[in-house]
Structures are given as C-alpha cells and as structure tokens.
Design a protein around this ligand. Structure first.
Ligand code: ADP
Length: 494
C-alpha cells in the first residue's frame, strides 16, 4: 500500500480523500492556492504545499507545480478528486512519466471518454444504446440544419469537449437553430478552447440515472449502485438519491450490465460513472465520468462500499474483494448539495464570510464539507459548502431525515440554497418519486421557496419575541431557525 498520497484538489473532496487515507494509514499532502491558505483541507493534511499565488482556479491546473510538489514531498500517488485535473489525460500521463501513480483510470480510458463524440462512437461500436443523434462534429450551419431536420426537433446542441452543462442549447424549431449554434460554439470556444458541436435528440421528460462502477487491474468490473440525479438547475444536479425511484431488480441488472459493458469496452480501471437518460422504460448512454463523482456518498451509504478507499486500493494493485452477486443495496440515501447561492436570484453565487456555522447530526446523517465558522468562501471556485446526506430504511425515512437535518442546519453570513431543498422535499410530486429533469420548472419550486422562506422567518421571529428578545436578537434567533430571509437579515445586522 502507498505510504503517502498527494491530493490535487481542494474543499470537501480533498478532505473526503484525506479521510480515506487516514483510515488506511496513509499520510497526506495537500496543495493549496493563495485563496485557500486558511481552508480546512490545507490544515487537515499532514503536509501542505503552496502551489500558486494565483487566486483563481489556475493554481490547481498547473500540472508541473503539482508534480513537483509530489516529488518534493515523496508522495507515491496523486488523487485528483473531481473537476480540475481529474479528467485530464496530460496530467495522468505526466504522473505516469514521473513514476507517480495516478489514482484513477489509465490515460487512454480518460481519452476514450474525453470527447463526447468519440465516446458515442465507441459506445455504439460496443453495442451500448446511445441518445439518438450524430457521431460527428458539426461547424457548418447548413449541415446542422440538415442533421436537425433528420433527427427531428426538439434537439440539443452540445460542445464535444463539454462538461457541467456549459454551452448546451435546446433548439425547439428550425428558426432557432442558427443563433443557438453560434452561441453554443462561442461558449465552447471560450470554455474549452474547442468549438466542435454535435447534435442529439432532445428527450422531453427524461430522468438522469447513472451507475457507479468499480473496476480493478485484474479485469473484474462490477456495478455498485444506481443513482437518480434528475433534480437539476441549468443541467446541473442539486439533489441525488440512490436507488432511483423507478428502479426494479430487473432494470438494475439490465442497466448495470450495460454500464459494465461500457467500462470494459474502454479497458476501464478505478471508480467511474456511466450516465444514462431514461425515458418511459428506454434508456440511453449519455456520457461516462472517469473519476469520483460529487454524489458518490449516496452509493457509499446504501452499499457500505467506501469508494474513495476502493480507488486507492485499486490503484495500489489490489483486486476487488467481492463479486457482482455480493453487491447489496440496503435502505435509501438522498444527497442535497448545499451551495452558497441565492435561489431567489437565479441561483447566483453568494461567496463571503460564514459568520455562524452549525451542521446537523443524529441518526443517518452524513455531512461532507470543508468549511467552519469564520471561514471566507472565496469567489474563485464552485459554490459548494457541503453535501448533506441522509440515509433511511426506505425513501420516506430518508426524506424525513433530510427535512429534519435541513431544519437543524445553521449557516449565517452567506445566502444558501437550504430553503430550496426544503421546498423540493416538501413537494408532493417529489415525495411520490414522479420526477424528471424539468421538475424544478414544472413544479414552480421557486414560488414555494418564497413562501417557505417567509414562513421560516416568522417561526424564528415569534420564537424570539416569546423569549423577550429585542429586534437585533430576533434577527439572530430567526437565523438560528435556519431560514433564508432571516440569514440575510442577521448577516446585515451583525
Ligand atoms: P455535461 O457533461 O455538460 O454535464 P451531459 O451530457 O451529462 O452534460 O448532460 C447534462 C444534463 O443535460 C442531463 O442530466 C440532462 O438533464 C440534460 N440533457 C443532456 N442531454 C440531453 C438530451 N439528449 N435530452 C434531454 N436532456 C438532456
């Protein structure tokens, strides 16, 4: 087993990986930027190396600095987390060339899934069903028009090099196509340095269902659990659950086996996720993420498999200690991504100082975070404060626990989306499991966010006045009830 691992990432995921290392008796090296010098992950590590004055995400993208940090500290392996360099073949190769083990798949497997177009071609050849569309890139508007006509509107334009929902455009009819193509190309050029676009049929009421897989170096590949990730805003996940409410044993076996087939087709090793769009009993390969996902904890909660530790064990050459038939799902897990953002202002980011912080606990609750009271959330990175996970014996208990935990969660100083999560969890359609990727719009969740925020504030204020508090204290106590508006007010006053 490795003695020392460098974690080439920041925030909650850096801590998540360091926790796995600590349990395995491996020492850890953090790398940090100027903006992260007071971050928890840099303090949690056994050693921390400063890798860049740049306050932006650039510091975590400088391959040379990270490799140097690993060499200087004698780290034998590097864990890339998610985002940043986790799906960068140059980084994986640079590690390989410097005799450092990259904790993830071989660079050729990252490559195979790196371009969405190549991935579609490979999956098609392997007999994996893909979303109807084309397998070549498009730049010419006239070609695009012909292809769109063939596929049939609505269609979706996607940057081949894309990720995070960036640059994707839904086109309802032919007159919208040209401006949409131009805009998608320009976003793609800026974000990915590559303006290749391709076209898929836009499925109207799909669910996003994905499969966690694990593959060792001896050729064994298993699927671990399915995850439903349909609660999204701007094509980005906000709430995930495992298993999916539509899953049956039969469907799990069918989709899971196809996920394994997809992984095997590219010689995959390590933890990975095969994403599908599911619509009325049919499912189609969307993409494969060749890394640990943000939402991996829900799989860990329902299966008892520690995915971060498994990645490290696999990278060190250990075989998986179980077969597909040993894999069991027990209970139900839900994850809410707690972001520093304003759900009432188009989810715009709300970085700043956390003036008061108290995370929930009790039965079935897991909080993965990297913040503390007094911590300043920098504006340069994503707005994730924590991942709140609830495990219950069934879906109803998981929902009840999550609602209870959201009620206990106190974050003062920055705006958060806690009240948004409350609104979704309270929704009767969500509770029945009848969801799709348009759920937030279809159910007009933002309207319920407003009323729950007002309700929460009143609750806090009446509690405060019953206690004989003055107006300043009322604001503070309202904040303690975990409301959105009160957090704002307490933030303004303190
Ligand atoms: P990214 O890699 O940028 O995250 P994905 O291809 O994984 O993009 O898609 C992200 C989300 O966009 C999906 O979960 C889904 O909500 C929506 N989406 C993508 N492709 C389609 C499609 N063909 N039809 C309907 N929705 C889609």
């Amino acid at each position: 087993m490795f003695k020392k691992i460098l974690i080439a990432n920041r925030g909650e995921i850096a801590i998540r990986v360091m926790r796995a290392c600590r349990e395995l008796g491996i020492s850890t090296v953090a790398v940090y930027s100027e903006a992260d010098k007071n971050a928890l992950f840099a303090k949690y590590a056994d050693e921390a190396v400063f890798i860049g004055p740049s306050p932006s995400s650039q510091s975590y993208l400088k391959i040379e600095n990270i490799i140097n940090a690993a060499r200087e500290t004698g780290a034998e392996a590097v864990h890339p987390g998610y985002g940043f360099l986790s799906e960068n073949t140059h980084f994986a190769s640079a590690c390989e060339e410097n005799g450092i083990v990259f904790i993830g798949p071989p660079s050729h497997a990252i490559d195979a899934m790196g371009s969405k177009i190549t991935a579609r071609q490979t999956m098609l050849a392997a007999g994996v069903p893909i979303v109807p569309g084309i397998e070549e890139g498009i730049t010419d508007p006239e070609d695009a028009a012909k292809v769109a006509e063939n596929i049939g509107y609505p269609i979706i334009l996607k940057p081949a090099a894309g990720g995070g929902g960036i640059g994707m455009k839904i086109v309802q009819s032919s007159d919208e196509l040209q401006p949409a193509l131009a805009s998608s190309q320009s976003v793609a050029r800026n974000a990915f340095g590559d303006d290749t676009i391709y076209i898929e049929k836009y499925l109207t009421e799909p669910r996003h269902i994905e499969f966690q897989i694990l593959a060792d170096k001896k050729g064994k590949t298993v699927y671990v659990s399915d995850r439903e990730c349909s609660i999204q805003r701007r094509h980005q996940k906000l709430i995930e659950e495992s298993p999916s409410p539509v899953m049956t044993e039969e469907l799990r076996e069918k989709m899971g086996s196809i996920a394994v087939k997809a992984a095997k087709a590219i010689g995959y090793v390590s933890a990975g996720t095969v994403e599908f769009m599911y619509s009325r009993g049919d499912f189609y390969f969307l993409e494969m993420n060749t890394r640990l996902q943000v939402e991996h904890p829900i799989t860990e909660m329902v299966t008892g498999v520690d995915l971060a530790k498994e990645q490290i064990r696999i990278a060190a050459g250990y075989p998986l200690g179980y077969d597909q038939s040993d894999m069991r799902i027990r209970g139900w897990a839900i994850e809410c991504r707690i972001n520093a953002e304003d759900p009432l202002n188009d989810f715009s980011p709300s970085p700043g100082k956390i003036k008061r912080y108290r995370s929930p606990g009790g039965p079935g609750i897991r909080v993965d975070s990297g913040v503390y009271t007094g911590y300043v959330i920098p504006p340069y990175y994503d707005s994730l404060i924590s991942k709140l996970v609830a495990l219950g014996k069934d879906r109803n208990e998981a929902i009840a626990r999550m609602e209870r935990a959201l009620y206990e969660y106190i974050i003062v100083g920055v705006k958060t989306n806690i009240v948004f999560h409350k609104a979704v969890l309270r929704n009767t359609r969500f509770r029945s499991g009848d969801i799709n990727t348009h759920f937030i719009k279809e159910e007009n969740i933002i309207e319920s966010v407003k009323s729950i925020a007002a309700e929460d504030y009143k609750k806090g204020a009446s509690l405060a006045s019953a206690l004989g508090a003055d107006s300043r204290q009322i604001a503070a106590i309202s904040a303690a009830v975990g409301s959105y508006l009160s957090q704002q007010k307490a933030g303004e006053k303190s």
